[in-house]
Write a protein that binds this ligand. Sequence first.
Ligand SMILES: Cc1ncc(COP(=O)(O)O)c(C=O)c1O
Length: 443
Amino acid sequence: MDIEEERLRESIKNSVMGLFRLKKQKDVFVKGSSRVQYAGAVFDDKESWAFINSFLDGWFGTGKKAELFENMLAEFIGMKHGMVTNSGSSANLLAISALKSKQFESKLNDGDEIIVCANSFPTTVNPLIQNNFKPVFVDCELGTYNPSIESIKEAISSKTKAIFIVHTLGNPNDMVALKEIAEDKKILLIEDACDALGSSFKGKRCGSFGIMSTYSFYPAHHITMGEGGAVLSNSLNMDRILRSLRDWGRACYCKHNEKKSNGACGRRFDFKFKNLPYGYDHKYVYSHIGYNLKPLEFQCAFGIEQFKKLPQFIEQRKRNFDIMQSFFKKYEDLFVLPKSIPDAEPCWFAYPLTIKEGSPFKRLDIIKYLEKNLIQTRLLFSGNVLRQPAYEGINHRVSGNLKNSDIVTERTFFIGIYPTINKERISYMQEVLTKFLEKHAKR
Ligand SMILES: Cc1ncc(COP(=O)(O)O)c(C=O)c1O
C-alpha cells in the first residue's frame, strides 16, 4: 500500500470513528418511544472499520481473515478445526450432509434415523429431511426446553445412527451423559450450538463434545458477522469433507494462501480420475454434490472484532438473565421460569417464559401488551415442528409423546437479555411487566 492510499484509508477510518461517536451520543433510551428489542447486532467503529478496510483490500472470497476467525473460534471452543459459512442454517446443512460423504469412515445412508428435539429451529430439522434421513422426534422439558436423557435413550432403535442435539436458547444439555450414550450405542453426536456460544457443561464449552458442532452469527446471536455461521470438527478428514461440500463440492483442499503452484497435495495436475483426462486441474474436480455456502471475507473481518468482545457480551447476557430471573421469581405462580441442569453454565440467548396452565391470561394477551409497549417478544422458534404446515407428511417417527413441545407451541415466548439491554431498559421492562402482572399474581 503506498503512502497516498494509506492517507486516504486513514481519513476514511477517522470518518467512520466520527460517525460512531455521533451515533453513540444519539443512542439514548427514551421511555415510550425507544423499542426494547429481543436481540440485535451490538457493534461500533471497530467492526465497521475492520469490515470496510477488508473490503478496500479487494479480496472478497474467504482468505486470511476467515482463517483467523476460524482458528479463534475453534480454539475458544476446544475443537481442532473451524470452517466459516454464510449462516447457521448452512452450517447445519453442511454438518448433516457430511454424514453421507463417501469419504466419511462412518458414512450414514438414506433412511437412517437421527434423533432431534421436536421443539426446534426449522433449519435444525430440515437438513435431516433434505438428506433423506428419518428424524426421530423427542419431547422437551419445560424450563430447560431440552430433551431429557431418558427420552433420548428411549428413542434409540437399531436404525438410530445419530443424535443432533440443540442447546436450546443456549441452555446446555447433559453432554457427558449424551456422549456416554453415543459411545455405548455407537451412534454419532452432533451439536447445534447456534444459540450457545459461551455456554459450558462441566467446565467444557458446548460445541466441544460432539464430532461436529454448528454456530450462527446472525445479528440476534452472541456475536455477529451480519449473516454467518461455522462448523467445528475434530478430524482433518471431516474438515476437508465440510470444505468440499461448502465450496461447490470441489476435491481440492488448498488454502487461500497456497504457495505451491502444484497445490497443497503436490499433485494438482497429476491425478487421473476415471472419466476425466489425465492431469485435469484438481481445482475443477468434484468429489461431492456440493453447495456454495461461503461468507465474504469482510464478514469475517467484522467477526474477528466481535469475537474480541465476546467475554464482555457473555458477562452482560449473564447479568441480564440473573436480573430477569430474580424479577420473575415472584411470579412463579404464573410462569414456568427458565432453568438449567446441574453442572450447566448457560449463556442464555434470551429469557423464555411458559405461561402456566390455569393462568388468568393467555400468551397472546401478554405478548400483544408487551409489543404495544415497545418490548419485543418472540416465540420459541417453531414450537412442535410437526405442527408447522411445511412438515405435514414428512417421513419421521415420534418417540413417546410431544406434550411439552405442544405446550411450548401454545404458551411459551421469550424476551431479550442481549447486551444493549442496560439498566434503563431493564427497569423499563420491569415497570411495564409489573403493571400487567400485578393484576394477576396470587399474593
Ligand atoms: C438453534 C438454531 N439453529 C440454527 C439456527 C440458524 O441460524 P441462522 O439464522 O444463522 O441460519 C438458529 C437461528 O437462530 C438457531 O436458533
